[in-house]
Structures are given as structure tokens and as C-alpha cells.
Design a binder for this molecule. Structure first.
Ligand SMILES: [Zn+2]
Ligand SMILES: [Zn+2]
Length: 200
């Protein structure tokens, strides 16, 4: 399986193109639809996934959905977060239609994508674990920190529980966050201030 990291938009969101052979998922297309489309040329995009509903993770969804004819999946608890978040955009725009809930498990050419509900940053935040080796953590877990928990719909208590859940994963699991550089569960267990402060 291969992963392309595309840094998009004003908040430098990591949009990931995950592919095996000619089949792909796009995770968090936060902006720059043209650039993303160019990067998936020759690939069959099976679905567009969002780790949560903030505008910087979904702004390109509408264009990609239309052009690629691929379904859009997000956790249903973030429907209103999308609507709320897209009001901050100038000009404001409607939320993209959800084609299926991002829950349970997805497959891509034999790879298992397990959706872990990790509320806290938003109520419908998810982390996506692939083959027990790779975690797309959205804005829940970053290298050295965690997502903000002072937004509408955020909850520090939920975030603590969610991070605790992620810390049950093996140290070797590689983490691809919604912003910033890659890390591992082991490194975060040892060095992340939030985990050291709240969970040890
Ligand atoms: Zn966010
Ligand atoms: Zn973000």
C-alpha cells in the first residue's frame, strides 16, 4: 500500500491519497481540488473519507465527489459540525451530502481500514487504522500534541478517553495526522505532553 501526503489549504492540512494498485481512498481533501485531482490521475478513487467535519478537511469534497463520482463518508455525529464550520468560509457554502456513514470497516484491495470513533476535537472525529500498522489520526492526535478541544462540540473529557483508546495500539503503529509530521504511537506515548499530563 502506498501513501501520498498532499499539504493543502491555508491551515496546511495533510490530505492523504492511499492506494494499492489502481484503487485509492482520499482522506481529508481540505482544499485545492485541482491539485488533488492531478495527484489521483490514473487511480480509481473508491471513496472520499473525512476524519471530521471542520472546513479545512472537507472544502474540496464537493468538487471531488462530482468529478470522481466517488461516495463521501464521514461520521454522522459531525454532520452539524460541517454545516457550522462551512459558515466560517467566505462566501459560506452548504455542507457536502454524506453518502454513507464512516463507521465500522472498509476494505481496499485486501487492506483492512478500521474506523475508530475518537470524539473530543469534534463529536464525530474518527481515526482510521489500516492493517493494524498505520493510523490516520485526523486532528485527534498530532506529533507532540492533540487537537484543540475549545471548539463548539469539543470535549476535553472525550478527548482524554479517545487518546487513551489510541494508546492501546502497539508502539510500532505509524501515525499520519491531519496537520504536521508523521510520528508513531510509541513516540507519542513517551513524549506527548497531553498524554504525559493526563494519562500517566
Ligand atoms: Zn479540526
Ligand atoms: Zn484540521
Amino acid at each position: 500500500m502506498r501513501i501520498k501526503t498532499l499539504v493543502v489549504g491555508t491551515l496546511y492540512t495533510n490530505c492523504y491519497v492511499v492506494y494499492e494498485g489502481d484503487e485509492a481512498f482520499i482522506i481529508d481533501p481540505g482544499a485545492e481540488a485541482d491539485y488533488i485531482l492531478e495527484q489521483v490521475k490514473g487511480l480509481k478513487v473508491k471513496a472520499i473519507l473525512a476524519t471530521h467535519g471542520h472546513f479545512d478537511h472537507i472544502l474540496a469534497v464537493e468538487r471531488l465527489k462530482k468529478t470522481l463520482k466517488a461516495p463521501f463518508l464521514i461520521h454522522p455525529a459531525d454532520g452539524w459540525i460541517m454545516e457550522e464550520s462551512l459558515k466560517w468560509i467566505n462566501p459560506p457554502r452548504p455542507a457536502p451530502e454524506i453518502d454513507a456513514p464512516l463507521i465500522g470497516e472498509l476494505g481496499l484491495k485486501g487492506h483492512k481500514f478500521e474506523v475508530i470513533h475518537t470524539p473530543g476535537h469534534t463529536p464525530g472525529s474518527v481515526s482510521i487504522l489500516v492493517d493494524n500498522e498505520i493510523l490516520f489520526s485526523g486532528d485527534t492526535l498530532f506529533q507532540g500534541s492533540v487537537g484543540r478541544y475549545d471548539f463548539p462540540g469539543s470535549s476535553l473529557e472525550d478527548l482524554k478517553k479517545s487518546i487513551k483508546k489510541l494508546m492501546e495500539l502497539p508502539d510500532r503503529v505509524k501515525v499520519y495526522p491531519g496537520h504536521g509530521g508523521e510520528t508513531t504511537i510509541g513516540d507519542e506515548r513517551r513524549e506527548n505532553w497531553f498524554i504525559i499530563t493526563y494519562l500517566l
